[in-house]
Design a protein around this ligand. Sequence first.
Ligand code: SF4
Length: 150
Amino acid sequence: MHRIYENNDITVFWDSEKCHHAKECVHGAPQAFDRNKRPWIDVNATSNPRLWRAISKCPSGALTCVYNHDIRVVFSEDENRSIAYDGDREIGECCYDVSAEAWTIIHTGVNPDYRGKDIARRLVYKVVEAAEKRKLKVIPVCSYAARVLT
Ligand code: SF4
């Protein structure tokens, strides 16, 4: 399972298959990570430095995070894609084809001026999370998406 959690400044990624339940996150920021809640991660429940520190101690790589750099990433089911915006300007997308049982990610791209900000990963996670919530499989034909999901 892949989930993405965002506040104004930080995006947190969680890959449940990598999670060994060592609980470093829970010990580091118990307000933000609570296994008894749904969702179990609340990125607004503690300060960003504390959130960042707790995530950096995750031993498995299940939890990772990036700064948003004022880039907004949204999911658009009508358009079969997620989209990244800098203000009103579209600067990236992750597109997928739809079948009855799966979404096939066919392309992920970000304007080269915005490299190094992990925007592509945010785009892929937006699509994958939406598919998984609909109990659909994701087939990453796009090589970048395939890397993110391994
Ligand atoms: S620290 Fe990482 S491996 Fe441990 S419970 Fe949290 S997410 Fe899972």
